[in-house]
Design a binder for this molecule. Structure first.
Ligand code: ADP
Ligand code: MG
Length: 733
């Protein structure tokens, strides 16, 4: 494999690196007048690199452009036209309407803007723009109301101006800035022309194998394409580069962590263990079910990490109800068997309480043997630590952790506070929904007490798509529990969008309760504080008690209740003293009552797919068929898609993909906390294949050139394009 050529050997001028473009300010361009430079900076385009990576948001193919005269009422069209008049008038309600007239060679069209008074300045006479919208008829003339506007040029340019390309790039412009798409196109053209040949840090063999354009061409083609095909190939190359940088950073990060870590070698998890000496053996012999094959395989993967010299950095994925908890618990017990402690960190207090309850249930009666302890044998000890833990108990827990008399602690961020110290933390399990960043993971590791790094297992409550996992958790190894325990009965889900269907849902609750089963009612999310939510759910219990669920024994559960009271209510429900539990999303995780067979989720459109799926996972845990009702209408198309998907499928991995499609990658990446540079072109939904390719190329490159030694251009590019802290972390040699 040959490294990307520097270009100097054959006497040709050195080719520019992106890092060099990042160091050049936009003011170096001749076309950047002071006004334009200022406008650029207000768009956060400060360097030549910022400029050339400001990509068109769409393109207009002028050979396919529609003439005003050819549009029909009801058409959704884009037209390229010039403003001939614009004016503003008040409405009776005190708002403003802007009327704009535009023309092209074929005719004239009226535009009208409501509540956008600034349009009168933006669309002055002479402005050339692209207008996208629906043609309607107003008092007999054709009109477009509130079209999407892209200003192409200000005064002077004509529709048929020579400088117009066949394919016109349309740049994302803020309407507040007096800079047109043409201006930007000119600036970028000059930048690319003067930058000349760009260095291509991707090894030539790989570039050819993947059939990617050379970088210089890719930049030219994305900004001045001659065909749509050129846009596509250019985009692939540039999106690939973004993804490759990201994946390289993650793969190198993993290598750095490995190189710098001093792992602990724990005992493997022995699934055949039947000895009473080990906690793992004790738990296995009292488990009422066999582990599924999928669980066994994953336990094997984790066990290999625990026993190996490097600290584990693993993501555990599994659908709701697939049995992740027991897998995590086995790992923690193996670590305690090896003489260390376990910690489980979760995002909320309620979750911590729920987890501690279910873990304590599994761990009842377990005995720890310590040869070096005075007592020799003692009961396995598990504790809870949250921000709400009372001072006295808190002191007891802190002492127990420091002394090693507490084997397992479950807690929130409170575990990261300074006072917490472990005698020897062997394994940290983080149960998260993307809420813990790299920093918190690192902080937890630092609590470990000894000179060694604890192992780390990250779990997600519901599956996340593979591509998102690659980006969010790309520095972790991944284990997947891909099957549910045998004998689970399917959950039938019905979206009850009308009053009548809701009636049927409540009727079903009554018949199930009459048959000895139990039900959950989940109340809508309420905007505002959890106090407001508590009031809402309390009112809802009243309403149900006097309405559709009259005569049933209803319980109430919300996050504002004291934890003792909450525990009491849960216990009543578990023991069958309550028929229906009316709750907020506090029942999301950890509640496990096999006799509950119905779940009614009110105003379901307010919840996301993952949350609905997680909630639904509270039923279908016993031997009776279960059902879930999603109440309420969908307020928009996305909500419709979400509810329809949850109604149609109970496969969390499938739903995760739908969720990504509906929400787009941005929301997921928005929660990303690993300090990577942004993806400008690449998208998690559109570029799945590219991402997978980028991942394997990153692995290949780092394998062959550890820390990219031997690929100086690529290393340089990462160093200059990544977040500074991230770059320091990766390349502090
Ligand atoms: P999740 O992966 O959603 O966290 P849990 O760990 O809460 O799932 O497990 C769901 C339920 O299935 C729990 O009641 C758990 O005890 C039970 N369970 C776990 N593994 C098995 C198994 N192999 N066979 C039967 N039930 C199991
Ligand atoms: Mg769980």
């Amino acid at each position: 494999m040959t490294a990307g050529a520097g270009g100097a050997d054959d006497g040709s001028p050195p080719r520019r690196r992106l890092g060099q473009l990042a160091a050049l300010e936009v003011e170096v361009l001749k076309s950047a007048t002071p006004a334009k430079a200022k406008a650029l900076r207000s768009l956060e385009i400060a360097s030549i690199l910022d400029l050339v990576t400001t990509y068109p948001r769409r393109y207009l193919d002028r050979t396919r452009k529609l003439d005003v005269a050819d549009t029909a009422i009801g058409d959704e069209v884009t037209i390229l036209a010039k403003v001939t008049a614009s004016s503003s008038r008040p409405t009776r309600g005190g708002k403003r309407i802007v009327d704009v007239t535009v023309v092209d060679e074929s005719g004239q069209l009226d535009l009208v803007f409501f509540n956008q008074p600034w349009r009168v300045n933006q669309l002055r006479s002479g402005t050339l723009g692209l207008f996208f919208g629906k043609i309607n008829s107003y008092r007999g003339t054709r009109q477009m109301a509130n079209p999407v506007v892209d200003v192409v040029a200000h005064d002077g340019a004509t529709v048929e101006s020579d400088k117009m390309l066949r394919i016109v790039p349309v740049y994302p412009m803020s309407s507040k800035v007096r800079l047109t798409s043409y201006d930007l196109s000119d600036l970028i053209s000059e930048a690319l022309r003067r930058a000349g040949e760009l260095a291509d840090p991707l090894p030539e063999t790989i570039r050819q194998r993947l059939d990617l354009l050379p970088r210089t061409e890719a930049f030219r083609q994305i900004h001045r394409p001659e065909s749509e095909a050129e846009v596509a190939t250019a985009r692939s190359r540039l999106a690939f580069d973004e993804l490759l940088r990201l994946q390289l950073a993650l793969v190198i990060r993993r290598a750095v962590v490995r190189r710098e870590s001093r792992g602990m070698q724990h005992q493997p998890i022995d699934l055949q263990a039947s000895t009473a000496q080990s906690l793992v053996g004790q738990l296995l012999s009292k488990l009422s079910f066999p582990l599924t094959n999928a669980q066994q395989r994953v336990v094997g993967e984790i066990s290999g990490d625990l026993a190996g010299p490097l600290p584990m950095h693993r993501l555990l994925q599994g659908d709701v109800g697939s049995g992740k908890t027991i897998v995590a618990l086995l790992a923690m017990l193996a670590v305690v068997d090896s003489g260390h402690q376990g910690a489980m960190m979760v995002p909320t207090e309620v979750l911590a309480e729920q987890h501690v309850a279910s873990l304590a249930h599994f761990c009842q009666g377990l005995i720890v043997e310590r040869r070096d302890d005075l007592l020799h044998e003692r009961p396995f000890s598990i504790a809870l630590l949250t921000g709400k833990t009372a001072a006295k108990e808190r002191r007891r827990v802190l002492e127990g952790l420091a002394a090693g008399t507490i084997d397992l602690v479950v807690g929130t961020h409170a575990l990261l506070t300074e006072a917490v110290e472990f005698r020897s933390l062997g394994l940290a399990v983080i149960d998260e929904q993307h809420r813990f960043g790299v920093e918190q993971r690192a902080a937890l590791k630092e609590k470990s007490g000894g000179t060694h790094d604890p192992d780390l297992l990250v779990m997600t409550a519901t599956p996340i798509p593979r591509t998102a996992a690659m980006v969010l958790f790309g520095d972790l190894d991944v284990s997947v529990i891909d099957a549910l325990p045998a004998g689970r009965l399917p959950i039938t889900t019905t979206w009850a969008s009308t009053e009548l269907l809701a009636e049927a849902a409540w009727a079903k609750v009554r018949t199930e309760v009459a048959a000895g089963r139990q039900a959950y009612v989940v109340c809508p999310l309420v905007e505002g504080s959890s106090k407001v939510e508590a009031v809402a759910v309390t009112n809802e219990v009243e309403r149900l008690a006097h309405g559709p669920l009259q005569g049933l024994r209803l319980g109430l559960l919300h996050g504002q209740m004291k934890s003792e009271l909450r525990r009491e209510v849960m216990e009543q429900f578990r023991s069958g003293d309550l028929d229906v539990l009316v709750a907020t999303t506090v029942i999301e995780v950890g509640v496990d009552v096999p006799n509950a067979t119905v779940m009614v989720i009110e105003d379901a459109a307010r919840f996301g797919i993952a949350q609905l799926h997680q909630l639904r996972g509270r039923v279908g845990r016993g031997k009776h068929p279960s059902m879930c009702f999603l109440l309420g209408e969908a307020s928009n198309l996305d909500a419709t898609k979400r509810l329809a998907a949850v109604e149609a499928s109970t496969d969390g991995f499938y739903l995760a993909e739908v969720d990504l499609e509906v929400r787009g990658g941005g929301t997921i990446l928005g929660a990303r906390q690993n300090g990577m540079s942004d993806l400008r072109l690449a998208s998690l939904t559109r570029d799945k294949d590219l991402l997978v390719t980028a991942r394997s190329v990153a692995e290949e490159l780092v394998e062959e050139y550890p820390f990219l030694a031997g690929l100086p251009e690529l290393a340089d590019e990462l160093r200059s394009l990544l977040d500074e802290d991230e770059a320091d972390f990766l390349f502090k040699s």
